[in-house]
Design a protein around this ligand. Structure first.
Ligand SMILES: [Zn+2]
Length: 125
């Protein structure tokens, strides 16, 4: 008995259903299965999802957002080599500890600015 085939949404090849790591769902209006992926396409797509691309631009964008939101906090921009080194060392996802540090730093910076503002006020009086 021939296994029924489903069309891979990645390369468009008809692939036996038992060789598809990802089987799409049946779309009645189309009369066919959509979003099926053959093994090579599935591997490609999962690799793309797992590999988060971080570039110095990522940090520049983050700083821009801080600026727009008027948050007195800036991230120093690392070099691409530093990011690559860090990414190859640190298994994803990024740990909670790292995130916590960032928040703590942000608060420290915020408090420092508040203190300075208060001092400035006292001097003005
Ligand atoms: Zn394919």
């Amino acid at each position: 008995m021939k296994m029924w085939e489903t069309k891979c949404s990645g390369c468009g090849k008809m692939t036996p259903a038992n060789q598809c790591p990802q089987l799409g769902c049946y779309v009645p209006t189309e009369g066919k299965y959509e979003n099926s992926l053959c093994k090579p396409c599935w591997l490609k797509s999962t690799k793309m999802i797992n590999k988060v691309v971080i570039t110095p631009q990522t940090y520049i964008d983050m700083n821009k957002e801080f600026e727009e939101d008027d948050i007195p906090f800036r991230i120093s921009i690392p070099t691409q080599e530093a990011i690559d080194k860090w990414q190859s060392q640190t298994p994803p996802p990024i740990g909670v500890v790292h995130e916590h540090d960032m928040v703590a730093e942000m608060w420290a910076e915020h408090n420092r600015i508040e203190e300075e503002r208060k001092l400035q006020l006292e001097l003005d009086l």
